[in-house]
Design a protein around this ligand. Structure first.
Ligand code: FES
Length: 111
């Protein structure tokens, strides 16, 4: 599925994207420039972070895992509270191609 920057307007968006030939669930924070993204996978027990697809718990501008309450700040994906405190969400680099389409790579893309 081709995803364009213009498709991502605001808030946290859950997408299934191709990363290295594998379909992976990710979260994109559309309110940041450049876009920030992580695997939609909690470091505690590997569950998705949305409580239903695409719906996230946000408390005081932090993402809360719906399973056991791990709380992540959204600038670096650091867990600041809950059972995996001190761990990070797995970053996904978002690259914008000249035609406006987005490409996703594991890791932070060296940024
Ligand atoms: S799976 Fe997220 S807090 Fe347990």
């Amino acid at each position: 599925m081709l995803i364009r920057r213009s498709d991502l307007t605001s808030g946290l968006v859950a997408l299934d994207v191709d990363i290295d030939g594998e379909t992976m669930p990710i979260i994109v924070d559309c309110d940041r420039s450049p876009l920030r993204a992580w695997l939609n996978c909690c470091p505690h027990q590997g569950r998705r972070l949305d409580y239903v697809p695409g719906k996230f718990l946000i408390h005081k501008e932090q993402l809360v895992c719906a399973a056991h309450g791990a709380t992540f700040e959204l600038s670096e994906g650091l867990c600041v509270g809950g059972p995996c405190r001190g761990e990070h969400l797995s970053p996904v680099a978002v690259l914008e191609e000249p035609d406006g389409s987005l490409r996703f790579l594991r890791g932070d893309g060296g940024t």
